[in-house]
Design a protein around this ligand. Structure first.
Ligand SMILES: [Zn+2]
Ligand SMILES: [Zn+2]
Length: 92
């Protein structure tokens, strides 16, 4: 049963509190470019493939990779690694 499975993993399960402590959180501020003739490279969240919008919460892992905070939080509930470089995201 699924219930027993989740009980077996309790010790390694990441909680929201642990994630919040280890993921650096900030508000996204678009780069201040007064005039940009060329299309500047948009940063994308690799989890949902969407752009960062101004004011959204961004979460940065220890490896330096950034995602939407809500995306990386959901990701870490399932897998404790970085979606890009596969390094362990949170060392407990
Ligand atoms: Zn995202
Ligand atoms: Zn990474």
């Amino acid at each position: 049963m699924a219930l027993e499975e989740s009980f077996g993993n309790v010790s390694t399960e990441l909680t929201e509190t642990i994630i919040s402590l280890h993921v650096t959180r900030r508000k996204f501020q678009p780069p201040m470019s007064v005039v940009s003739s060329e299309e500047s490279e948009k940063e994308l969240c690799c989890i949902c493939r969407d752009e960062y919008d101004e004011g959204l919460d961004i979460g940065r892992l220890v490896c330096g990779h950034e995602y939407h905070f809500c995306c990386i939080k959901q990701w870490l509930f399932h897998k404790n690694d970085c979606p890009i470089c596969k390094r362990t995201a949170i060392k407990l």
